[in-house]
Design a protein around this ligand. Structure first.
Ligand code: ZN
Length: 264
């Protein structure tokens, strides 16, 4: 079986692939319907210009047959990169987070750490998910705080703890993991995030509307509600110049740009 991995950074390839798998669905009947019932403009968040909802459902089926995986990126600041290659990219769970917190904030007494941890835990809903983006350049440019200071949870915990001298900037290695996640893992809602903008462009072309300027920096974010098997990791690297959104986009320079696993 050929492996077709969707790489959302390659706009031209996405378009030519869409033309292939969508051809059977977006047929003459649908073209005729749209021309006879023209929407003022086809928007990616409103598919009502199509004759019915089955069109998108069919496109999702063809999409799932065409692609085997979607290439995504996860930014983090691991203390041990090797952990990801043995355990995978794990959903956050309270027990593991507490263990990590007690390693990072080793100068904080247990009572204070437990108090701050409980408060942070109660306020954080991202537990149970792993977050990915389709574009690693955007990650470095606009979401660099995860690469510089670690997860949202650990950053919030650092603020909650009153008496620690730990500097999160000095812990861990900025790391971007490249993963090819099997298509079967994505709910249809995620696939719609990819398909609907393409269908809207197609509709606008058909109606001879001007296409919206495509933003060169654009990205699509995915919240995956399960841990990612280590076998889905295809690569990782350590960006060394990262824009810091928590510090007026100043450039953070990481001294560590490789690890023993980079060479393998
Ligand atoms: Zn490495």
């Amino acid at each position: 079986m050929t492996k077709n991995v969707l790489d959302l950074r390659d706009k031209e390839k996405i378009q030519s692939e869409f033309n292939l798998y969508a051809k059977a669905v977006l047929n003459d009947d649908i073209r005729l319907y749209i021309n006879e019932n023209p929407a003022e403009y086809c928007e990616s968040d409103d598919m009502s210009f199509l004759p019915d909802e089955d069109v998108i459902e069919s496109l999702i089926d063809y999409f799932k047959k065409y692609y085997t995986a979607i290439k995504l990126f996860h930014g983090c600041k691991p203390i041990d990169v090797g952990d990801y290659y043995t355990k995978g990219i794990l959903v956050q769970d309270s027990e593991r987070l507490y263990k990590l917190a007690s390693v990072i904030f080793s100068d904080v007494n247990e009572e204070e750490l437990r108090r701050a941890f409980k408060k942070t835990n109660d306020q954080h809903s991202e537990i149970g998910s792993v977050f990915f983006t389709s574009n690693d350049e955007v990650l470095v440019k606009y979401s660099g705080h995860y690469l510089i200071r670690g997860s949202e949870f650990i950053q919030a915990l650092a603020i909650e703890i009153s008496n620690s001298n730990v500097n999160l900037k000095k812990i861990g290695v900025p790391t971007i993991f490249e993963v090819n996640i099997p298509i079967s893992i994505f709910p249809n809602e995620d696939i719609k995030k990819v398909i609907c903008p393409l269908v809207a462009d197609w509709g606008n072309q058909l109606l001879k509307n001007d296409l919206e300027e495509t933003n060169a920096d654009n990205e699509t974010c995915f919240e995956i509600k399960q841990s990612i098997n280590p076998s889905y990791i295809v690569n990782h690297y350590h960006p060394n110049k990262i824009e810091d959104p928590n510090n007026y986009q100043r450039i953070y320079t990481s001294e560590i740009t490789s690890c023993e696993l980079c060479e393998k």
